[in-house]
Design a protein. Structure first.
Length: 56
């Protein structure tokens, strides 16, 4: 099984942020591994606090 590196996770997160900025959205973004463990979580802008639960 291939595991995402920190560099790849950061690039995915930045791409999501750029798209959200284009759309004028504040987002929460999460990446999980195959076991459901968090590899990366970011909350951008004024994304609602509840979005942290929705992303997970």
């Amino acid at each position: 099984m291939k595991i995402l590196s920190d560099v790849v996770c950061d690039k995915l997160s930045e791409a999501a942020k750029q798209k959200a900025d284009e759309l004028g959205l504040d987002i929460s973004f999460a990446i999980y591994d195959a076991n459901g463990l968090v590899l990366l979580f970011r909350r951008y802008g004024n994304a609602p606090a509840i979005s942290t639960k929705l992303a997970s």
